[in-house]
Ligand binder design. Structure first.
Ligand SMILES: Cc1cc2nc3c(=O)[nH]c(=O)nc-3n(C[C@H](O)[C@H](O)[C@H](O)COP(=O)(O)OP(=O)(O)OC[C@H]3O[C@@H](n4cnc5c(N)ncnc54)[C@H](O)[C@@H]3O)c2cc1C
Length: 829
């Protein structure tokens, strides 16, 4: 199988890996072009010091790093190894960092990589240049090490060449030809090359190349300082290139590696130095090479002082050489992988470190050749994950610079990104500000986490204070808001959910083909359903409301859903998609008194008989036209009420006044998250992702029995019989030990899984943690532990949902009571 005609732009460590991996899977009509010479092209790979630290909060990135270590460990060029397995050591010089190293060790354990937190003596034994007095401990990962990126490029080029791949150095791509919305070839300074598939692995030049097909790539090159000492007397006579582990001193934004009797020192402590991709020197004009700028010594002064403090032996040495080397940063620090949604056949593999490069090569090859990637979950890496504002140069530069500055910082899972903010606000924003909303950010949306105006509600309620880490971006008000929602009624701003209108004569068939549910139901139906990929991995969970015979509203999670829907549109124009999120808004009105709030304001009957669970209808709330959907993520009676953005404020004001009159409140995302977990409602991207099928994820109910002809159906039937892991509900009795997600779960001392979402369940009075576990352990009552920093927290597998399993609250007849009656209803368990 020669496969399609492929042109890979860039022969750095990423392009070489992609060429190697696609050719290994049988595609041989592959041409790799690079403007520079081979194998040191002049790109970032040509000067990277090659430190491979595998520890990462992302399971996918850790997996890619692990696979890069394995692959590079097996490669050599004429006997010269591409990887030196010297191990990695991250040291702590502050108590906060030491705690962070325990958290990082937790990720390693969760993702299946060996590592250990060690004391200061062992740190010094591992790396004798360390000052024992400054070090409080370290995280040692024996499998980390040093990659020689140029050798790895050479080795992968040789392997690819042996399968027929052509490499064309000294060819600059000037344009990418397209025809009928597809790539047709590339134009180089030395002629044209026809292509069915173009893969842009152009590193810091990526945005320039992507713009050739009109694609905005959210990537900014930043200069990063790398210096080399002269001989260090204490290292005199070191015959091997590297004997000590690669070293990180994150408290001072520094890393170190051996090079015989010298040290390489990398620093992220200096001012961010972004460079426009258009300002990068050409191969011909560059002083050293295009990705290397002149070393600005003054920016390195603090780094050098810190180096001499941590590694006293370097006081006898001098800095002999240095560079300001360019590499790529993105708004969320993750790579950019995948196909353009506008120009088919144009793929990118960008913003990838050496550390993850072989894994990325494999991921891209699987995706290209098989149509999906089975080795990794790529939802965090998909290039189409961004909203439009996130593609603006100003945003990309601001976030890229911030990510550079924070690359070694201790980042709390809820910590919102800084500037530029605020960006997206719902129409309710002024009222939320007036209520003292504490905003966090998601996809640019400002979302109230809680409202300070509800602080008085904490009085007299038992809301336990969690441990110090979990108590950040938290307030007892979160608990009070959750409890008030269950007792009376609350307003939730749900505007940040993506809303997609699907219209046209082909809409029913199109949605039928893309989802696991039945779409050809009566107008007014709402269906919770799943979109699967060909391998039956969950692409997204959506609600589909039939608003008319040929008109649907899809409630989606984000841009990946929109991209998936777009990518499957029929060619005949019979279906039209419109992202209506920005022009509309949504408020969730939920709680046992929701009907009492709504009934007097609405022109239609909202009783259970008139609008059943999972049904939708248009109505007026006061003067505001709404689409009301009877569903709830918090497990209470109520409706999502949608209207246009211009009328949003009026809708909020109308409802809020009535809500307050019934003892209710506006409530934030903190309460929402706790309530959804009590009900066992999964969140895509956190609880389940592309790698999981519906049965494992506990979403088998969303697959309509007997339905055929939808994407992923064949694979789903196979996977149904092979459920080996399950998304499982755990409870934690200790109210202080609230965990945050990504912690390892242990059976005795054996790591068996990892936490996805977690929160304290205020109604049930326990901590809740959802976790992926082997199916045989997902048995109610099973005792396990969750490793949280350096502590083991006892947890127990629980039957789910934890709250209202009979669904009486959501489905049941709304209760009637006198205004002002705020007695909490009886909780079912
Ligand atoms: C100082 C420094 C230290 C680093 N340290 C580490 C580290 O320790 N560990 C780690 O994992 N990562 C490190 N990195 C990051 C790492 O080097 C890069 O992320 C990685 O090398 C990027 O590889 P790439 O193949 O995407 O890009 P590149 O190696 O830059 O390759 C892109 C290629 O595309 C070619 N190209 C671009 N445009 C065109 C065109 N129009 N026509 C033809 N060819 C084109 C270029 O010539 C280039 O060869 C470091 C980076 C720097 C700058």
């Amino acid at each position: 199988m020669a496969g399609p005609r492929v042109v890979i732009i860039g022969a750095g460590v990423v392009g070489a890996a992609v060429a190697d991996e696609v050719s290994a899977r049988g595609w041989s009509d592959v041409t790799v072009v690079d403007q520079g010479p081979l194998p040191a092209t002049g790109g970032s790979s040509s000067h990277a010091p090659g430190l491979v630290f595998q520890t990462n909060p992302s399971r996918t990135m850790t997996g890619m790093a692990r696979d890069t270590v394995a692959k590079f460990g097996s490669l050599d060029v004429d006997g010269r190894p591409c990887f030196l397995p010297v191990g990695g050591l991250e040291v702590a010089t502050s108590p906060e960092r030491l705690a962070e190293l325990h958290r990082r060790h937790g990720w390693l354990t969760a993702w299946g990589v060996e590592g250990r937190v060690v004391g200061p003596e062992e740190c010094v034994a591992l790396h004798p240049l360390l000052d024992r007095e400054r070090v409080l401990g370290g995280l040692h990962v024996p499998g980390d090490g040093l990659a020689d990126a140029v050798l790895a490029v050479e080795a992968q080029i040789r392997a690819a060449r042996s399968r027929g791949v052509r490499f064309l150095p000294g060819h600059e791509v000037l344009d990418v030809r397209t025809a009928n919305g597809r790539v047709a070839g590339v134009v180089t300074d030395r002629g044209e090359i026809p292509a069915d598939v173009v893969v842009c692995c152009a590193g810091i030049w990526g945005p320039r190349v992507a713009r050739m097909v009109g694609m905005e790539l959210p990537l900014v090159p930043l200069a990063h300082q790398l210096a080399w000492t002269g001989p260090v007397p204490a290292l005199a006579g070191q015959a091997d290139e590297a004997v000590r582990p690669i070293l990180r001193h994150q408290d001072a934004d520094l890393y170190f590696r051996d090079r015989f009797d010298r040290l390489g020192i990398g620093s992220y402590g200096h001012r961010p130095m972004p460079v426009s991709p258009d300002a990068i020197a050409s191969v011909a004009d560059a002083e050293v090479m295009p990705s290397v700028l002149r070393f600005t010594e003054g920016d390195f002064a603090d780094a050098w002082a810190e180096t001499r403090a941590l590694l006293p032996a370097t006081r006898e040495a001098k800095i002999e050489e240095g560079i300001n080397g360019l590499f790529s940063f993105t708004p969320d620090g993750m790579p950019l992988l995948g196909e353009s949604c506008d120009v088919r056949g144009f793929w990118v593999a960008e913003a990838v470190w050496v550390t993850h490069s072989a894994g990325v090569g494999r991921a891209m090859a699987e995706w290209l050749v098989d149509g999906h990637c089975s080795s990794y979950d790529l939802h965090e890496c998909d290039v189409n994950r961004f909203e439009d504002h996130q593609l603006s140069p100003q945003y990309v530069t601001a976030r890229g610079c911030r990510n550079f500055a924070e690359v070694y910082d201790i980042i709390h899972p809820l910590q919102p990104a800084g500037e530029p903010r605020p960006l997206r606000t719902s129409p309710f924003h002024p009222r939320q500000e007036a209520l003292g909303a504490v905003f966090l950010e998601a996809s640019g949306w400002e979302r109230p986490q809680w409202y300070e105006s509800n602080a008085r509600l904490s009085a007299g309620r038992s809301v336990p204070t969690p441990n110090e880490w979990a108590a950040r971006y938290w307030s007892p008000v979160v608990g009070a808001e959750a409890l008030v929602t269950r007792e009376t009624v609350a307003l939730y701003d749900m505007s940040s959910l993506k809303r997609i209108e699907v219209t046209g004569r082909g809409a029913v068939g199109y949605l039928e083909r893309l989802t696991t549910g039945v779409m050809d139901k009566s107008v007014g139906s709402v269906t919770y359903t799943l979109m699967l990929d060909e391998d039956a991995g969950i692409r997204g969970d959506i609600t589909v409301a039939r608003l008319g015979p040929d008109r649907f509203q899809v409630g989606a999670g984000g841009n990946l859903d929109l991209d998936w829907l777009r990518g499957h549109l029929p060619d005949d124009g019979s279906v039209v998609l419109r992202d209506v999120t920005a022009g509309t808004c949504c408020v969730g009105l939920w709680g046992p008194r929701a009907l009492e709030v709504l009934a007097p304001l609405a022109d239609r009957d909202f009783s259970d008989a008139a609008l059943r669970y999972f049904r939708t209808r248009p109505a007026y709330v006061g003067p505001v036209p709404v689409t009301a959907m009877r569903l709830s993520y918090v497990g209470e009676l109520g409706w999502e009420l949608y209207t246009t953005a211009d009328l949003g404020l009026r809708l909020w004001d109308t409802l809020y006044e009535a809500v307050v009159a019934h003892g209710g409140i506006a409530a934030g995302r903190g309460a929402f998250n706790s309530l959804r977990l009590e009900k066992g409602y999964r969140a895509f991207g956190t609880d389940m992702t592309f790698e999981h099928d519906p049965y494992e994820a506990g979403l088998g109910f969303a697959v309509r029995a007997g339905k055929t002809g939808f994407v992923g159906q064949a694979a789903l039937e196979r996977r149904r019989e092979r459920v080996r892991r399950r998304l499982t509900c755990l409870t934690v009795d200790d109210p202080v030990s609230v965990v945050m997600g990504k912690e390892p779960v242990l059976d005795g001392s054996r790591p068996v899984g990892y936490v996805t979402s977690a929160a304290f369940g205020h109604t049930i009075g326990k901590g809740i943690a959802y976790a992926w576990l082997p199916a045989e352990l997902a048995v109610p009552g099973r005792e396990l532990t969750i490793r949280y920093f350096d502590r083991d927290v006892p947890a127990r597998v629980a039957e789910e949902p934890l709250f209202d399993p009979s669904m009486s609250r959501m489905r049941g007849t709304p209760r009637t009571s006198a205004p002002g009656d705020v007695t909490p209803p009886v909780v079912t368990r």
